[in-house]
Design a protein around this ligand. Structure first.
Ligand SMILES: C[S@@+](CC[C@H](N)C(=O)[O-])C[C@H]1O[C@@H](n2cnc3c(N)ncnc32)[C@H](O)[C@@H]1O
Length: 226
């Protein structure tokens, strides 16, 4: 959890505010549940990243899915590809759905800024549209923790929406959530600062199936821990 341990000098009050923020975000995703997959039924970008990872990982590789959502398609794709999945999310509702969709995976209720508490090290990590729920001030910390739980040379696939916004409230499938984005060059800089090299990048214009969700440009970056 942010606060109390040196993040941006945050104190007890900031820690309490963070706890409330994350509980509110988790509740919003509990309410969204598998309607998320109905709004975004085609996820070519992250399926492409999954293939990119599977082409480079040995069978049995340990993979961490940060903000796994329903587990579809990514956790299932990687589990079907022979990886041992650990799926992390702040939403108990999403974890419950993912548990059904990817029965062989391990599930942990955890905030992306607390990943340093995981005891294992991973050959790869993915974070598709989950870090966009953090404010910009917290994203370097989450990326740093992802880097720290990877083995040297470990792989990391990131999916974000391209937008120059920080911690902006939006209505999404009937729930209010806070979202953050970067322009593509800025996202590369953030990844570089977190000591990831971007080995492959893709940009996709995406029109969600539900008219209530807006068209967006999605950025996918396949990286290696430096
Ligand atoms: C937009 S959904 C994406 C789900 C999935 N990765 C996918 O691409 O289909 C974002 C997910 O990130 C989770 N999430 C949001 N903030 C998080 C945080 N701070 N730590 C961990 N998970 C978080 C949400 O509960 C939700 O399941």
């Amino acid at each position: 959890m942010i606060g109390g341990d040196g993040f941006g000098g945050a104190g007890q009050e900031d820690a309490a505010a963070w706890t409330v923020r994350e509980a509110t975000q988790a509740l919003a995703y509990d309410r969204i549940g598998d309607r998320y997959d109905e709004a975004f039924p085609h996820k070519e970008g992250q399926l492409y990243c999954g293939k990119w990872l599977l082409a480079r990982l040995p069978r049995g590789a340990r993979v961490l899915d940060v903000g796994c959502g329903t587990g579809l398609p990514t956790a299932r794709q990687l589990a079907d590809g022979g990886c041992a999945l650990t799926c992390v999310d702040i939403s108990p509702g999403m974890l419950e759905i993912a548990r059904r969709n990817v029965p062989g995976a391990r599930f942990v209720a955890m905030d992306a800024v607390d990943l340093g508490r995981l005891p294992e090290r991973y050959d790869a990590a993915v974070a598709f549209f989950s870090l966009l729920n953090l404010p910009r001030a917290a994203i370097p910390r989450a990326l740093g923790q992802i880097r720290d739980v990877l083995v040297p040379g470990g792989l990391f696939s990131l999916g974000m929406v391209e937008a120059d916004v920080d911690n902006a409230p939006i209505r999404f499938l009937g729930s209010r959530i806070l979202v953050t984005g970067y322009l593509r060059d800025d996202l590369r800089t953030v990844l570089g600062d977190a000591r990831f090299s971007v080995e492959d990048a893709r940009t996709i214009s995406y029109v969600p199936a539900k008219s209530r969700a807006s068209p967006e440009v999605q950025l996918f970056m396949n990286c290696r821990r430096l």
